[in-house]
Design a protein around this ligand. Structure first.
Ligand SMILES: [Zn+2]
Length: 461
């Protein structure tokens, strides 16, 4: 397959070098134009915008809404590079019919934080990038499994003790209670249940069997291995090279000032500098989250990240900069919406890809707009068939799926899909483990890039 696929972990310098080279490549078959910035982040980082083609039908690619999903930024710039050169299927690109708009990073603050931190970790502890990333991918999966097993163990206890109606509260509180532990013992669990009015003799009797069921070695890990692999960082990894960087350092210092989060989260930073998650930053999720806050005081993330508090400004991010204030969209989202509204008003909007990190999924279904749903799924199937074909050519049986229909609008991706036809949210890599898990298998990384590039040409056709 005739494409250039980079294999590197991008960072501030590497990204800007890559973009510069793409724009000025003398071998470009299609001109890459650097457009006016879409806007800027709250620290003043520009929201860059490039385009290829001069047609009326605009196809918009944006990535990096979640700063830690670095593969999205990698993909968009790889696509730009290959399209500009007319590589592979792109030799047939109809530049008079289409314009492809590239917004490589919607959330520069989250992306720069993640990649500055990663750079320092990888410089100091990584000799073999693919192996390091694969170890991270495995640690991430193991952390997920440990959390699931402990939750199932707790559910079994609640069931045996006729306390099932309280199990959700018991589980949430459990993780808060043992937040600073690495491993648990039987006695830890017995002590915890003293907080509840349960049959303690019975608990003592059943606990050994239950622990063996989920943790045959009797070792119950609470620690987060994937976070430990990213742990050797501090705010010092971000250089104060200009006033935007200095503002970012100040904002991060504010988020981390009470030591609520492991420093490893700097290398896996979803939010923007205001501690807002740009996908959760919409009025629908704001309402849902506000209701939860009225019921629960502290809210933690789920699964392998359930030691990270999200009811305050955090690395994972809240729906609003301040949950006691009325809802506002962050500057990054406002810039994106303005751009899309303009295209729509000029009848130039055609299709968009909101590129996220992992899952191998396409969100194509709308919650309320059945007409768009039908159209989206038709096109999504063409896209996914091409992905399958590319993988099969390499003797891999990877299948990307269409996300099942949700019940309520929770993300900005959903908000866009209700209003714009073909507004896909693409979870790029079949591998899990943002930020570096997708780099733990070079071949898979290559196929992720090539299959998603060819799938674009498939739907244009
Ligand atoms: Zn995401």
């Amino acid at each position: 397959m005739n494409y250039d696929v980079f294999y590197e972990i991008l960072d501030y310098n590497k990204l800007h070098d890559r973009l510069d080279k793409i724009v000025h490549n003398p071998n470009n078959k299609f001109k890459v134009e650097e457009c006016d910035d879409l806007g800027e982040s709250s620290c003043g980082f520009p929201l860059k915008h490039y385009k290829i083609g001069k047609g009326k039908k605009h196809i918009i690619y944006f990535a990096g809404c979640h700063g830690n999903e670095i593969i999205g930024v990698d993909f968009i710039t790889t696509l730009m590079h290959n399209l500009a050169l007319g590589k592979g299927l792109f030799k047939n690109f109809k530049e008079d019919e289409y314009t492809i708009d590239f917004i490589p990073i919607l959330n520069p603050e989250g992306f720069y934080t993640t990649t500055y931190a990663l750079k320092s970790i990888l410089n100091s502890s990584c000799k073999d990038l693919e192996k390091y990333c694969h170890d991270y991918f495995l640690a991430y999966k193991e952390d997920d499994l440990n959390v699931k097993n402990i939750n199932d163990l707790l559910k079994d206890i609640c069931k045996e003790l006729n306390y099932l109606d309280k199990s959700e509260k018991i589980i949430n509180k459990f993780w808060h209670y043992f937040k600073n532990y690495d491993y648990l013992t039987k006695n830890n669990i017995l002590n915890y249940f003293k907080l509840y009015n349960v049959d303690h003799d019975k608990l003592r009797m059943i606990l050994d069997d239950l622990i063996i069921k989920y943790f045959p070695s009797m070792n119950i890990p609470i620690l987060k291995k994937h976070q430990m692999m990213l742990n050797n960082v501090s705010l010092n990894v971000i250089p104060s090279i200009d006033k935007n960087h200095q503002k970012l350092i100040d904002k991060l210092a504010n988020i981390y000032k009470e030591n609520l989060f492991p420093l490893s989260t700097l290398a896996n930073f979803y939010a923007n500098g205001n501690g807002v998650n740009l996908n959760d930053n919409n009025p629908y999720y704001y309402d849902i989250f506000k209701n939860r806050l009225e019921e629960e005081k502290d809210i933690y993330a789920k699964g392998r990240e359930n030691n990270i508090l999200i009811s305050v400004k955090s690395p994972i991010g809240m729906p609003n900069y301040d949950m006691t204030k009325p809802f506002v969209y962050e500057k990054e989202n406002v810039a994106l919406f303005n751009f899309l509204t303009n295209l729509k008003n000029n009848n130039e909007y055609y299709l968009l890809f909101n590129c996220h990190g992992t899952g191998g999924l396409l969100y194509a279904r709308c919650i309320n707009n059945e007409e768009f749903s039908q159209k989206n799924i038709e096109l999504a199937n063409i896209y996914l068939d091409k992905i399958k074909e590319v993988y099969q050519k390499s003797n891999e049986d990877t299948i990307y799926n269409i996300m099942p229909k949700g019940n309520v609008i929770t993300g900005v991706g959903d908000v866009l899909r209700e209003e714009y036809p073909y507004a896909f949210l693409l979870e790029l890599s079949k591998m899990g483990g943002n930020p570096i898990g997708p780099y733990g298998d070079k071949k898979n990384h290559y196929l992720t890039m090539v299959s998603n590039m060819e799938a674009l040409m498939s739907i244009l056709k």
